[in-house]
Design a protein around this ligand. Structure first.
Ligand code: HEC
Length: 158
């Protein structure tokens, strides 16, 4: 019993440390931009939703209609916020965004819109439907990254 509590406490301490580690640097005078944080968070959120779907598509997880529909809704929402999250030209040491975003803003916006349309067109009713419609969404993510994101880290696959 006591041991369990100690373990739980140690775990909590780690969680608190992690939380502090990720939020502390984002202060006004740290040189890190709130806008950059938000757009990176948006992108990682949509990657998480994509991972749910690609893993069903690949058969690593069983197809589940509700889970797939939730992921689709998330993707419609996140792709719909791309424009807003990138509107201000902000850079900081973490960013991989290319400055061309803000000189070719109309094209960037159009790509965000195409990606949102592809998210809407996702068929989450069946596995064959998902397999048919997911590739074009993946393609839209990739194609924007190719133009507007600097050499992605090797551990990010798209
Ligand atoms: C309209 C352009 C555009 C579209 C569409 C787009 N992205 Fe991005 N994405 C970017 C840019 C630009 C960055 C770099 C942002 C930065 O570092 O400030 C980025 C960064 C990322 C990152 C890295 C975040 C990090 O940790 O640094 C991931 C993951 C990502 N995108 C996933 C996706 C997924 C999944 C999709 C499709 C559902 C997608 N993106 C669609 C432009 C786009």
């Amino acid at each position: 019993m006591t041991l369990h509590w100690l373990k739980a406490l140690a775990f909590l301490a780690i969680l608190v440390a992690l939380a502090v580690g990720t939020t502390a640097p984002v202060t006004a005078d740290s040189g890190l931009s709130k806008q950059v944080t938000r757009r990176i968070t948006l992108m990682t959120t949509q990657k998480a939703a994509m991972d749910v779907l690609t893993s069903m598509m690949a058969g690593r997880t069983a197809f589940d209609r509700d889970t797939a529909q939730t992921a689709r809704r998330q993707l419609i929402k996140t792709t719909g916020s791309i424009r807003k999250r990138f509107k201000k030209h902000r850079m900081d040491p973490r960013t991989n965004a290319r400055p061309q975003i803000w000189t070719a803003w109309d094209d960037f916006k159009a790509r965000a819109e195409t990606t949102r349309a592809a998210a809407r067109d996702l068929n989450t009713w069946s596995l064959p439907g998902l397999r048919r419609t997911l590739p074009s969404l993946m393609q839209s993510c990739l194609s924007c990254h190719k133009t507007y994101r600097r050499a992605p880290n090797s551990f990010i696959t798209h």
